[in-house]
Design a protein around this ligand. Sequence first.
Ligand SMILES: NC(=O)c1ccc[n+]([C@@H]2O[C@H](COP(=O)([O-])OP(=O)(O)OC[C@H]3O[C@@H](n4cnc5c(N)ncnc54)[C@H](O)[C@@H]3O)[C@@H](O)[C@H]2O)c1
Length: 394
Amino acid sequence: VGLWRRTLGEVVDIRDLQNLTLPDRLSVFRGQRVLITGNTGFKGSWLALWLQALGAEVSGYSLPPPTVPNLHELIRSVSNIEQTEGDVRDLGGLRRILGRVEPQVVFHMAAQPLVRRSYAEPVETAETNFIGTIKLLEAVRLERRPTAIVVVTTDKCYENSESTRGYCETDRLGGHDVYSMSKAAAELAVESYRRSFFPETGLEEHGIAIASARAGNVIGGGDWAEDRVVCDIVRALDRNEPVALRNPDAVRPWQHVLEPLSGYLHLAAGLLGRGEMPTGAYCSSWNFGPTRESCRTVQELVECFLAIWGGGSFEITAKDLRRHETKTLILSIEKATKQLKWSPRWGFRESVQRTAEWYRAYYNGEPHAVLVERCTKQIADYINGAEDQWPATQ
Ligand SMILES: NC(=O)c1ccc[n+]([C@@H]2O[C@H](COP(=O)([O-])OP(=O)(O)OC[C@H]3O[C@@H](n4cnc5c(N)ncnc54)[C@H](O)[C@@H]3O)[C@@H](O)[C@H]2O)c1
């Protein structure tokens, strides 16, 4: 981890973040051994960076990065995150990494995360997302070490009734497509393992505090996945083509990547005994969505992005009628705001702006270290609640 001198002439160090006045709860990660599955992915890369900035010893267990380019490679060039290549369907591999790292916290994020790909690869999606979660829980059971575990699922785990009320944690699970089903099944796996092997009432004895987290549609710099709106936008802009919109009227809970990650961190802190409630009260499922203001249509997101970018166009293409697309998906975050005292910080426009600026810098050829520094700066701003002071790249 080094110092990077950016064009503005100011020196920023990832370790500077450790000197910020952190909410008491987030300082709990300083010196903690943390394992992230899926650390080579979009959200995992941001989380690894954030945890490292908080002073955690971060290890990762994942398949190689799912895309080229990817944020993980950018971050690796300036960080000391320990990375083990491994498959979450491999129980032996999971046991070995748990035995070696002896993590005090595990964030389980490894997944096949794309709805459309789940139509092409249903079995692989179910094996990775459902069986992979079972294998992780089983490895934890067999290794028997006190651990706080956050299993990341999705807002799509709810049986979708096109309601605008906002799904809450007690709503029925379901899943029209295989991705959603596999994540609903992962939720059931967590519930079942908690009840069978890690009950809240026996925490003092087994020491394994486990929770699941359901977030919305995440945007932010450094994602190049197929079939995600922002990724489609930047690819189209890079090729100087109009952005193709399949489902412009679909309403989604858009949020900057730091929002759900901050929810996961607050939740893990609670599981580590740093919350206001008894540890057992955190051992359940939690929604980390945006406010209603950020529940917008796909078209609104594209229009906002292009306006901030200052160019580009879009065209509405024929819908793929063979694929089911949910029209409305909104999460209730009442539980997290009331009980966890977590709430979203960045509104719709700011989230889009932070995202667009990062990609513009990337496509302008900004050096890797400076791009990573942009991430670090966004994390610092997020923690500080600061407005964006980074000048847009020309
Ligand atoms: N990005 C979103 O909008 C969003 C929204 C809701 C939930 N989620 C969930 O958040 C998590 C992270 O999503 P992301 O957007 O970072 O996805 P991503 O595709 O960028 O990353 C997925 C990660 O999982 C790893 N992986 C995939 N299969 C694996 C296997 N069999 N064994 C080990 N590692 C494997 C990949 O190598 C990668 O590190 C996923 O669980 C996803 O379902 C994402």
